[in-house]
Structure formats: C-alpha cells, structure tokens
Write a protein that binds this ligand. Structure first.
Ligand SMILES: [Fe+2]
Length: 268
C-alpha cells in the first residue's frame, strides 16, 4: 500500500512542479506552493481521521488519495484566472475532479474506487452535500470536508500567530474589507448553531466568524477533538478585535464544543 501511495505522490509532485516552474507567472508561484502544502496536510489529516474511524487499509489509501488530489484544480484555476476565489472564476472542486480524471491520476483504481474518490473531491466544498450512494462514499466525502476545514483553520491559526508576516492577507481574507463590527445575521447563525451564509459576510470579522461556525458542520468527533487540542477557538477570539456580542459568541462556541465532545450531542 505504501508503494502505491508513493506512485500517487510522484504524479502529484510532477504535475504541481510544472505549474511552479513553468506554467505560472513568478508572483503566483508562492500562492500555488501554499496549496501544494495544504494538499499534503489534508492528505495526512485524512489518514488520521480514517484511522480514528477504524477504516481498513484499502479505504485509508483511498482517503489519502482523495486528500492529496482534492485541490489539484487550484493550479489550473490560478493559471487561467489568477485567483483562488471561486465566485469570480470557477468551482475549484469540480475542476479538481475533472483534472484527476483527465490526467488519469487514478486510472489504476477500480471503477467503484474511482467513483468514491471523485465524489469526495467534487463535494468537498458544497454548502450541502447530496445523499451518498453507499457507506464508502459517505465516509470519504464527510472526512474530506472535515480535513479541509481543519487545515484551513490551521493556516489561519499560524497566520495570526505569525503576526501576519510573510502571508498575503488579501488572499487569505478573500478580498474582504477590514472594517469594524459584525453583521447581525452572522451572530444569529452562530447562536443558533448554524453555519453562516456567505451572502451575510461583509467584512473580515464576519469571515472569521463564518469559519468559526464551521464547527457546526463537522462530521467526526476526532475532528472536533483536533479543533480543541490545537486551540483554534481561543486563538481566534484573542486575534479578533472587540465587537458587540463577541464574548457571548465565543463562550457559546466553546461550550458547544466541550459539550459535544463530552456528550456526543448537544441541543442548541
Ligand atoms: Fe478545496
């Protein structure tokens, strides 16, 4: 299994290298390198979540493959449109699935295995996921959605801790303005234990809270434990400026996290 995975790493590495060395203009190569590193970390998180969920070695391999290739369309997205913002370019999850198939990255997998890997990649960024065909598809889709969120939280966590040195604020903040306060609908969503609708996000504080609200869309207990172990929520609270309801929102999110980990379910 390890040697099979090594072959996928080679395919991933040579594909990405072409963008980093030839296909992308110089100023975009650092952005692409960040996505390559993100893909590797998501692969590693897929392994961790898969092991915690007791997956067999074959499913663990598929989980790692889905993690590794889940954002492979990001490189072509950047080359064609010069941005990672889907709403002004292309749905990167669909482009990633298309790229995986067109490049033949997983052509050695059986049709059934290929289907679950592609379903996970296509659905990793959907607001709501359609019903899964079977247990394997459900597992990979739900794990990939968690693993992606966990690494995005980690990226922001590092960004805040570094004092924003060396990273492109505007890219990470999706071009949102750095204005004071928050939008009322964002606070209401969190207090009701719901994810935030992106149409309600109007500035960087809203965007940070929308990421905080991802905890309500997490599928595996191990993922919530990682959120707590890595201290994502207190670090975010420490980073954000004061705004109305800030203490209440963060206390609610921390209590929800602690109660869910302790009891398994928490009525909101
Ligand atoms: Fe993605």
């Amino acid at each position: 299994m390890a040697s099979r995975l090594a072959a996928y790493h080679t395919l991933f590495g040579s594909y990405v290298k072409r963008y980093l060395k030839e296909l992308l203009p110089g100023q975009m190569r650092a952005m692409a390198a960040l996505k390559a590193a993100h893909s590797q970390r998501v692969r590693s998180l897929m392994k961790e979540l898969g092991m915690a969920a007791g997956l067999d070695p074959h499913m663990l391999m598929l989980a790692e493959i889905a993690g590794l290739f889940h954002d492979i369309g990001r490189f072509e997205q950047l080359r064609r449109f010069g941005t990672f913002v889907d709403r002004i370019s292309v749905n990167h999850a669909l482009l990633s699935a298309e790229t995986v198939l067109e490049e033949g990255f997983i052509s050695d997998l059986s049709e059934a295995d290929c289907r679950v890997v592609v379903a996970a990649i296509r659905r990793h960024n959907m607001k709501q996921v359609p019903p899964a065909r079977d247990f394997r598809e459900a597992m990979l889709v739900l794990m990939l959605r968690d693993a992606d969120k966990l690494d995005i939280w980690q990226v922001f966590h590092n960004h805040y801790r570094s004092g924003h040195k060396g990273a492109d604020d505007d890219t990470l903040e999706l071009g949102m303005p750095d204005t004071p306060g928050i939008t009322r609908a964002v606070a209401s969503a969190i207090m009701g234990c719901n994810v935030v609708d992106l149409s309600d996000v109007h500035n960087r504080n809203d965007l940070a809270l929308a990421r905080l609200a991802w905890i309500f869309d997490i599928n595996f207990m191990r993922s919530l434990e990682i959120v707590r172990e890595r201290g994502f929520i207190p670090a975010l609270a420490a980073h954000l400026p004061e705004f109305e309801q800030k203490a209440e929102i963060f206390a609610h999110a921390r209590r929800w996290l602690d109660d869910t980990i302790a009891h398994g379910d928490t009525p909101c």
